[in-house]
Design a protein around this ligand. Structure first.
Ligand code: MG
Length: 479
């Protein structure tokens, strides 16, 4: 209970003087205890979009999409310009965020089936530690809202992975297709019936097909409800929007309102959602005790043209290990704790689990390898540099590229979903200086043989230490 709510419940109108003093002391005592508890255990809200590109927000340079709530959050908090996801497609990226481990370590990637499908029999193994299960041990309340995509069978659902509750679509919103029709025409009509995806509450299907025109709004309402329900108890809310993944839907309030067409409408509704979540934190009086992280699971789905997003000046998009596939527009806010700034340091969704556990006062289990770094000292301004200095870019089960400092070497490349059937092998690797050339246009391998050698050694060392396990993504129900 916060000092504010205690004070509210003890109006001191005609209370005798001595009693007033005693009450005041009690309030101060409770306030001190409450402040120390909340400072010890901040809340965490992760807002995770699907297929939103690096260049899709106004604050990240989009010239026609309006995102005032996210822009405000970026000004009040931190805008991260070098923040990565664990993979360039949905399922492995989500596994990486929630476990702090590269998906290749827990079988959540594959070269043949790159994500889970409605006929998949696998999912995130229950032996994995997730942000939710780790924080639950520290006394946190937990809720998952939105897209899961880490296994839709009961043993793999959020409620089997440390979340008290789940409300959402368990995989991508373009699955369970009932007939073949042009996505573009259906989107114009707002017809969601083609995609027979279920909407679930915990382990039960409550609506099918899910009415996707209201899905962003309903996920937002659920997150707000959880913020109010959890109140002063420490909490972790994972709000993973199904959009702007194709097919695009938005509620009536956002229909045909954006200069950037339907894709702009969708992003602008997500921006509204961020505003609602932050307003709810303010109203609950917990904004200063809450770290909010906003990012996306992978880059834009470029083959859908104006129905897909943009990676801005970054190269390529979803499905590729070029920067546009794995570097995401990331904003963090924690009023009063993190210093507002544009962060050029590197970070990754892999870092969220170690960071949150550290901020919650817990420790990581020592029986497994984590690929994330603890960003807490950097976030609190205790250090000027963030701990991450390298990034491993996986395409399915294969390491395609490595970044160390500003240099990135590509051992293999494959253009997202357009055209290229087989990966191209590069020997010597392609080399880009991401400081001078964020768009990966000019190969500087021939001028930097010593850099190539050190990046090759880094990749070799990483792969030698890797314990691979069978993929969870290839099995089918009934096999
Ligand atoms: Mg995605």
């Amino acid at each position: 209970m916060s000092a504010k709510s205690i004070a509210k419940k003890h109006p001191d109108g005609d209370t005798p003087h001595l009693m007033k003093a005693a009450l005041f002391s009690l309030v101060v005592l409770f306030a001190a205890v409450s402040i120390s508890v909340s400072a010890d255990k901040p809340n965490f809200v992760v807002i995770f979009c699907d297929d939103m590109g690096y260049g899709d927000l106004s604050s990240f340079g989009h010239p026609t999409i309006k995102t005032p709530n996210l822009d405000k959050m970026a000004t009040e908090g931190q805008k991260w310009t070098n923040f990565y996801v664990a993979a360039c497609v949905c399922t492995p990226s989500r596994a990486g965020l929630l476990t702090g481990r590269l998906p290749v370590r827990n079988g959540m990637c594959s070269d043949t089936r790159r994500v889970l499908f409605p006929d998949s029999s696998g999912g995130l193994p229950t032996t994995e530690v997730t942000i939710a299960s780790a924080l639950k041990k520290e006394g946190y309340r937990t809720a998952a809202v939105g897209k899961w995509h880490l296994g839709h069978l009961p043993e793999y659902l959020p409620t089997s992975h440390g979340f008290e509750s789940y409300f959402g679509i368990p995989y991508s919103n373009d699955m369970d297709m009932t007939r073949r029709e042009s996505h573009f025409e259906l989107a114009d009509k707002g017809d969601f019936s083609l995609y027979n995806v279920p909407l679930m509450r915990n382990a039960e299907i409550v609506e099918r097909p899910a009415d996707q025109t209201t899905i962003t709004r309903r996920f937002t309402e659920e997150a707000v409800k959880k913020i109010n329900e959890f109140g002063d108890e420490p909490f972790f809310i994972y709000l993973a929007h199904n959009l702007p993944h194709i097919p695009l839907f938005r509620s009536d309030a956002f229909k045909d309102t954006s200069t950037a067409g339907i894709y702009g409408d969708v992003i602008e509704e997500i921006d509204w959602s961020v505003g609602e979540v932050r307003k709810a934190l303010d109203a609950a009086g917990v904004s200063e005790e809450t770290l909010v992280v906003f990012t996306s699971d992978n880059g834009p789905w470029l083959k859908f043209k104006h129905h897909g997003g943009t990676a801005g000046m970054l190269r390529d998009g979803k499905g590729s290990t070029w920067e546009g596939g794995m570097r995401e527009p990331t904003i963090m806010a924690w009023p009063g704790t993190i210093q507002p700034q544009i962060v050029h340091e590197m970070g990754a969704t892999l870092d969220l689990l170690p960071t949150f556990v550290s901020l919650a006062g817990g420790t990581l289990p020592d029986d497994r390898t984590f690929d994330g770094y603890d960003l807490s000292a950097f976030l609190k301004g205790e250090t000027k540099t963030a701990p991450r200095d390298e990034m491993f870019y996986y395409h399915g089960e294969q390491l395609f590229a490595v970044r160390k400092g500003q240099f990135k070497a590509h051992f293999k490349t494959k253009t997202s979903y357009i055209g290229q059937k087989k990966a191209e092998v590069h020997n010597p690797p392609l080399l880009y200086h991401l400081g001078l050339d964020p768009g990966e246009q000019w190969d500087v391998a021939s001028e930097n043989p010593e850099v190539i050698q050190s990046l090759q050694e880094l990749a070799d060392k990483h792969e030698q230490g890797l314990e691979r396990v069978p993929s969870q993504l290839v099995g089918r129900i009934g096999e």
